[in-house]
Design a protein around this ligand. Structure first.
Ligand SMILES: CC(C)(COP(=O)(O)OP(=O)(O)OC[C@H]1O[C@@H](n2cnc3c(N)ncnc32)[C@H](O)[C@@H]1OP(=O)(O)O)[C@@H](O)C(=O)NCCC(=O)NCCS
Length: 169
């Protein structure tokens, strides 16, 4: 398994996962509606976010990578290059999601581990990772990746308490 830049090669399993994300109410992880007809353009758009091209208003540059295993799309990780006030409070540097049919196989723990290597490669030396207070799986993932708990803060936007962790790279 590895992290790659978004690629047309994984179109089938990616679109399958996106439908499942939408069905569980997680469509918001995908800033652009997925354009099936011009998937190559969609992938290029995601890649452009790394250098700030085409980002929605108020979003910081972010690197979006896909975890793939053999010929299957497994999940997404986003690494934001710096923090705004809101990201510092509750959003954090890193977000990740695993395709519903691939969960509970260790991929969530692995995607964060691989993402931390990428963050180090960009020159980051510590990252903030947050998760909902009741997200048991994500708490385990962050703590297994040496997250040091700082505190909880309330997200007005998401209307939930977020646990905030720092990870030294
Ligand atoms: C959170 C998420 C990434 C976990 O992915 P995953 O691939 O299932 O994670 P792992 O397989 O590495 O599991 C890590 C631990 O969490 C546990 N776990 C996984 N899903 C769980 C759930 N729904 N409830 C309770 N524990 C769960 C696993 O059993 C494992 O613990 P164990 O080793 O003690 O058994 C995935 O559920 C997801 O994409 N959720 C929606 C988006 C999200 O919440 N992203 C995180 C934002 S911070």
């Amino acid at each position: 398994m590895k992290l790659i830049k978004p690629s047309v090669e994984f179109k089938g399993s990616f679109l399958y996962a996106v439908e499942a994300f939408a069905a569980e109410g997680n469509a918001h992880f995908f800033k652009n509606p997925v354009v099936e007809e011009n998937f190559e353009h969609y992938c290029e758009t995601l890649i452009g976010y790394e250098t700030g091209i085409g980002l929605p208003e108020g979003y910081v540059d972010e690197t979006i990578l896909w975890m793939v295993d053999n010929d299957q799309y497994i999940g997404n990780i986003s690494i934001r290059h710096w923090l705004t006030d809101n990201l510092l409070k509750t959003g954090g540097h890193i977000g990740y999601i695993i395709a519903p049919n691939q969960r509970k196989k260790g991929y969530g723990t692995k995607i964060l581990e691989l993402g931390l290597f990428e963050a180090l490669r960009f020159g980051m030396n510590k990252v903030l990772v947050t998760c909902d207070k009741n997200n048991t799986a994500s708490i385990k993932i962050i703590e297994r990746n040496k997250g040091k708990f700082e505190n909880e803060m309330y997200s007005e936007h998401a209307r939930v308490w977020k646990r905030r962790y720092w990870i030294d790279l």
